[in-house]
Design a protein around this ligand. Structure first.
Ligand code: SF4
Length: 434
């Protein structure tokens, strides 16, 4: 979501006539877009911001904009006192205050005027920065902002507000615009993306939206994330299975494998529900890859409860497990009402146990790809190898002197490891047109 927000800021600035520079020293405007989902991320953001202070002292005309979750959580007032050298504070997903400041020459934090809105929102006219136009292969498109779920550990609803679906017309216009600028793959984003449209009377569901987006010319691949076990409908599964441009990769977090921990997290489902969901996904979408998120060391999590999570992960054999050690975030229910009683070394031990398990599981899953022919969309060259993804989101590298950016090619998988694969071209490579 932050990548998508940054793209929006960048696009707004391009519309205003600014151009991207990779060097902070050369910039007239620096935007620091922050994530504070964990304390370490907040500390990093403040550290980076402090390191920009000498630049501002040398060049008082430099505009520094602090954007994102840090502003959403702390509020502009507190931050302004703490960081007086910052000119503009913007909440998540809103380039308005910066554009207002630049177009009027004065700070109007949170009070964007009509001009700023025109530049900042630009729905359907997402102009990629010049250095990405014709080069960016895969882009993110938010379809639902915010979240109304309020899991006890999560700070996102406090930062990004309640759930709001974007109008279909804006989403489709934006995807068309991205396709015209060379983008081949889009990922539809939402904190609970399957809830798309539920806040809009008579609007399409996510399955309906996927059907509409599927027809946009130039877009070869469509993904979506993140799903929630309670809202991933069979209609959605059938849509993924039916439409060739929707990729068979699902991100659906379990967070914990113990029912009491799930209640404490206020997730709204049980371990049994999650297992049943995975069985149904596998039945409806053959060859689907599945990713999950897990938090270890949630307040009160006993060894026995942790082992339930271990068992679920060992049994289900999922393609990806994003693991995190619990850290309390100020303002959340778990930080206010629960005791962070699992010691840090124990959290780390549990993390490592799951990490080792998952490495073994994924190694076995990936070995099944050995010798298979897979369609890979190539995105960029990293050193001398092209980097791309299978339909199932497996990372693939291929050595080639040709320019493969944006091409979908059938390749043979010749080596697999837990985190990536190596491919070779077929004897007579042919472009795949969907
Ligand atoms: S559903 Fe996701 S974004 Fe919403 S509160 Fe729960 S963890 Fe946070």
């Amino acid at each position: 979501m932050n990548v998508a927000d940054s793209q929006r800021v960048s696009s707004s600035l391009e519309h205003l006539g600014y151009a991207f520079t990779p060097a902070a020293e050369d910039a007239d405007v620096i935007v620091l877009n922050t994530c504070v989902v964990r304390q370490s991320a907040e500390d990093k953001a403040i550290g980076r911001l402090t390191s920009l202070r000498p630049l501002k002292e040398r060049n008082p005309g430099l505009v520094i904009n602090l954007m994102g979750c840090l502003v959403g959580v702390r509020g502009a007032k507190e931050l302004r006192e703490r960081l007086p050298f910052v000119d503009v504070f913007s909440p998540p997903s809103d380039p308005g205050p910066l554009i207002s400041f630049l177009s009027q020459g004065e700070s109007q934090a949170f009070e964007s005027d009509a001009t700023a809105r025109r530049y900042a929102l630009m729905d359907g006219d997402l102009l990629l920065p010049a250095h990405e136009r014709g080069r960016l292969v895969s882009a993110h498109v938010p379809v639902v902002y915010g979240c109304s779920h309020a899991c006890t550990f999560c700070i996102i609803p406090y930062q990004r507000g309640i759930e709001r679906s974007r109008p279909v017309g804006d989403i489709v216009a934006e995807i068309r615009s991205l396709a015209e600028q060379g983008v081949k793959e889009i990922t539809l984003l939402g904190q609970i993306v399957d809830r798309y449209g539920r806040d809009v009377p008579d609007g399409p569901s996510l399955a309906g939206l996927l059907r509409i987006v599927h027809d946009v010319e130039g877009i070869q691949r469509i993904r979506f994330l993140t799903s929630h076990p309670n809202y991933f409908s069979e209609d959605l599964m059938e849509t993924v299975a039916e439409l060739p441009r929707i990729m068979s990769h699902i991100e659906v977090p379990i967070q914990a494998g113990d029912d009491q921990v799930l209640i404490n997290m206020k997730r709204g489902y049980t371990r049994k529900d999650y297992r049943a969901l995975i069985d149904t996904i596998r039945m409806k979408i053959p060859d689907c890859s599945i990713a999950t998120d897990i938090i270890v060391g949630f307040p009160g999590e006993t060894e026995e409860q942790f082992m339930q999570t271990y068992k679920v992960l060992a049994d289900l054999k999922l393609d990806v497990a994003h693991l995190a050690r619990y850290s309390p975030r100020e303002g959340t229910v778990s930080a206010r009402r629960m005791v962070d009683d699992v010691p840090a070394p124990e959290k780390m031990r549990r993390f490592r146990v799951l990490e080792d398990l998952q490495e073994q599981v994924v190694s076995e899953i990936n070995q099944r790809y050995l010798g298979r022919i897979e369609e890979v969309l190539f995105e960029e060259k990293v050193k001398d190898r092209w980097k791309g993804r299978t339909k199932t989101n497996k990372l693939v590298f291929l050595e080639s002197e040709d320019d493969l950016r944006g091409q979908t090619l059938p390749v043979t998988i010749i080596w697999t490891g837990p985190w990536s694969m190596q491919a070779a071209r077929l004897n007579q490579p042919a472009l795949i047109s969907l």
